[in-house]
Ligand binder design. Sequence first.
Ligand code: BES
Ligand code: ZN
Ligand code: ZN
Length: 497
Amino acid sequence: MFESIKTATRGKAGVLVVAHFSGEGINADTKALDNDGSIAKATKRPDASGDLGNVVEIHDSNGYERVLLIGLGQREGFKPGALRTVAGAAGRAIAKAKATGAEFQVCPALNKLKKADSVDAFTAGAMIGEGLGMLSWRYDDLRGTKTELTPKIKLSVQGCCKQFLDGVERGLGFAEGTNIARTLSQTPPNIATPMWIANEAKKMARKSKNLSVSVFSGKKLEDEKLVGHINVGKASENKPCMIRIEYTPDRGKSKKPIVIVGKTMSYDSGGLSIKVGGGMRGMKRDKDGGCGAFGAMHIIANVIKPNRPVVALLVSAENSISDEAYRPDDVLEFRNGTTVEITNTDAEGRLVLADGLCYACDKENPEYVVDIATLTGGVVVALGKVFAGLWCDDDELREKVEAAGNSSGERVWRLPHDPQYNAMMRSPVADILNSAPVREAHPIQGAAFLSHFVQDGVKWAHIDIAGTHASDKEQPHMIAGPTGFGARLLAELVERS
Ligand code: BES
Ligand code: ZN
Ligand code: ZN
């Protein structure tokens, strides 16, 4: 779509973008831009519904080649997140017109909203920047000689005021982190091996003075007793590793770090408990928790720059099959002394996450730990692709995650921890099973399993993104495919902490 998007304060844009609410004309502040009356006239057209994302094009209007009149939807209960859809609709029309400059004057339409619904210019700009940036994402790296690529446009964005353009810059930064996560997710498993992902992390760190990366592989995994990695990754030629990405602030170095643990399975075949009936297709995206964490670190280092350390542990392996594979009936003893009887090698994510959680509690002295994972098919049944599952018994942390979810648009819904679910995970041989024989409450079983690897007193949130990490439907501001879920949510969480 767009090769690049930059903000600009000079020059005449070819396209003007204005907005109106459902069933309304343009308000007085937008009318002030409408010297020749052509926009007001267009609001009388039958297609000028004002529904969210509706586009009316007006040619040769007010000295612009085109004016785009975009619908904001219902005035009552308007949420800033709707502006991502507005950006998506406008961006598509801008790209179709092959325009290289667009002036966004959507803030005038947002004046005089009820106090509870009011949106400041910075936030409006951030939503527009995010929407345009996410709309731009394509993955064409692997197109060969038989695909003709459509040329991309360099877009410059102008706005109503400095605050709006500052907001656009923030939104573009959030979109960049999200798009990095989407590109990693889309990269196929014959390229995106655990060590390849580690190298990508090193490349990112070289571009940012506040980021550093260390990689635990081979003997280091043994030294640190990261037995989940070692066992889940045993059958693959593509060796497992734990990738530690650290953000060190200029100020506030001595504060406790926030620690993010991301499930980063470069491929999940199920292992010896092999996935059947098409269940394997798409499992290149079983790394998306780690991809979200990776994207979040980019946003944290480049946009948020918090005055506290942040560490991401990407727990990475390929769940494959060979005579070396770990098997159902194996018993593993984890770093914290917990023994686990393997009943299903397809419940592998929780084993590598267990390493990450133990390590985070033992070695990182965390302010809190949040893990993010494509953990269970069951969460897709429960919540679909609308909300990610959230488990968090610390009220303060949970409220922060929920608030970050609502403002980033990457929303979470709470599910319970309870001793009765923990009881379902008991093993007749070891301490616990990795997968209970009954399928009921499956996502909650996963959370119950993970709770054994979080030290008492450490604040912890678990987020299951098996539903939200990819979309099969095109959205106004996003094509179908990986969503980069978690990058914006986690970045906002850090900002709120
Ligand atoms: N990676 C899958 C979960 C998943 C499912 C991710 C759908 C994305 C989309 C996970 O490792 C898995 O296989 N879970 C099993 C566990 C079961 C076999 C114990 C599941 O949820 O069915
Ligand atoms: Zn699995
Ligand atoms: Zn998996």
